[in-house]
Design a protein around this ligand. Structure first.
Ligand SMILES: CC(C)(COP(=O)(O)OP(=O)(O)OC[C@H]1O[C@@H](n2cnc3c(N)ncnc32)[C@H](O)[C@@H]1OP(=O)(O)O)[C@@H](O)C(=O)NCCC(=O)NCCS
Length: 195
């Protein structure tokens, strides 16, 4: 029997992502079960919609705590060496992408079409095409009780503090303090939430 992870790698790399797109809920559930068997920590209450893409490499770690919900057409990408954690009751709406070493604290809401990626291309050498210069990774950390507005992009190395809000369509390039309401490209603090 082929281990689940190899099965998915084969599906993804050889047959193309087209096949994964048609995964139905029951198949996603089975995939979660197999991920659990492969040593990843997936709470039994986790709810994953149809057409959610889970790309989990060998020698990576995926943790989904109690009450995590992921809506349709989102991508969770955990490459070799990555550690992706979704805390209790994290809600990820449709068409989101979370990729790499990313930690999301409990009760955080991620609206639709949000992208959170821990990587960037290296482009220091102008004599070599960018696609031959490799990449750099830096973990991303999103706190607890954060709300990330729709279509926002959170770049590598960013830390968003607990209880912060990120406005719709923001690009977050630097750390955002706890309780801040931040928005724009690049995101700037508009104000702090009243306590
Ligand atoms: C960030 C947000 C929460 C702020 O709400 P608010 O506190 O009521 O803010 P206001 O509407 O009073 O706006 C305050 C200022 O910030 C600006 N602003 C608000 N949201 C902004 C955004 N997303 N990007 C850039 N500027 C923004 C406003 O233009 C205003 O600027 P001004 O003072 O120069 O007029 C809200 O605008 C937002 O983006 N919500 C996300 C909605 C969403 O993604 N929904 C998806 C379903 S969950």
């Amino acid at each position: 029997m082929i281990p689940l992870i190899d099965f998915f790698r084969n599906l993804f790399y050889k047959s193309g992502s087209r096949i994964l797109r048609f995964l139905e809920v029951s198949e996603v559930r089975a995939a979660l079960l197999r991920l659990r068997e492969a040593g990843h920590s997936i709470h039994p209450s986790v709810q994953v919609d149809r057409n959610v893409h889970l790309r989990v490499a060998p020698n990576s770690r995926l943790i989904m705590e109690e009450g995590v919900q992921i809506l349709q057409d989102s991508w969770i990408i955990v490459e070799e060496g990555d550690h992706l954690v979704l805390g209790q009751n994290v809600f990820i709406s449709q068409h989101c992408t979370l990729s790499g070493t990313v930690t999301v604290g409990r009760n955080t809401l991620i609206a639709g079409f949000v992208t959170i990626v821990d990587a960037t291309h290296v482009f220091d050498d102008a004599t070599i095409p960018i696609n031959q210069q490799g990449g750099k990774k830096q973990p991303v950390s999103i706190g607890e009780d954060v709300w990330i507005g729709t279509s926002s992009v959170i770049l590598r190395g960013v830390n968003i503090g607990d209880h912060a809000i990120i406005g719709a369509n923001s690009t977050v390039t630097k750390d955002i303090p706890p309780w801040a309401v931040a928005a724009g490209s690049p995101a700037k603090v508009l104000r702090y939430r009243e306590r």
